[in-house]
Design a protein around this ligand. Structure first.
Ligand SMILES: [Mg+2]
Ligand SMILES: [Zn+2]
Length: 173
């Protein structure tokens, strides 16, 4: 990472997608049906007030399994982004996708770290200025592997910690 271009003014919140910011039933990108995690949306509303950047890092092996196309996946992500913007005025930046199967041994499939690194590079922030929120063991391992503080969306204490982190963020705003 080129630290000359690090944005020291802002913090980055990276979210897992499925069963973190939205709830689904399996490989869903071809489907119209999902619901938004309102508890997390409330936190994201605070995050917006603190001028945080928000990204999503998501494993979507359904693409390479042939369950849905990459285009379907991208379209679905755009719809989720638009929904969050229109209904809650929450802006999602980069949505980083791993379309690979485990056996493809890519560098991006969580718990590998490439998706988080791409999000941090695009936002020009360091790992110290970043937290990751997920729901699965792969997310927690991914965060640990990347050296990024990681919270379990289903853990009440973790969500309190996330809230404190958001409140402390970007104090100069
Ligand atoms: Mg998930
Ligand atoms: Zn991958």
């Amino acid at each position: 990472m080129n630290f000359d271009i690090v944005d020291h003014q802002r913090n980055l919140l990276i979210l897992d997608r499925d069963d973190t910011i939205i709830f689904d039933s399996g490989y869903m990108s071809g489907s119209d049906l999902y619901t938004v995690n309102m508890a997390l949306v409330t936190q994201l509303t605070f995050a917006k007030k603190r001028n945080l950047l928000i990204s999503i890092a998501t494993n979507q092996s359904g693409v390479n399994r042939g369950f849905f196309s990459l285009d379907d996946c991208l379209r679905f992500n755009l719809r989720v982004r638009q929904h969050l913007k229109d209904e809650f005025d929450i802006e999602i930046g980069l949505i980083a996708i791993c379309p690979h199967l485990p056996e493809e041994n890519c560098t991006c499939r969580k718990p590998k770290t490439r998706l988080l690194e791409i999000c941090m590079e695009m936002a020009k922030v360091t790992r110290e200025s970043t937290v990751f929120v997920g729901n699965a063991q792969t997310d927690f391992e991914c965060g640990a592997n990347a050296g990024v503080t990681t919270y379990d969306v289903n853990n009440h204490e973790h969500m309190n910690s996330l809230n404190s982190w958001i409140e402390k963020s970007n104090d100069n705003y």
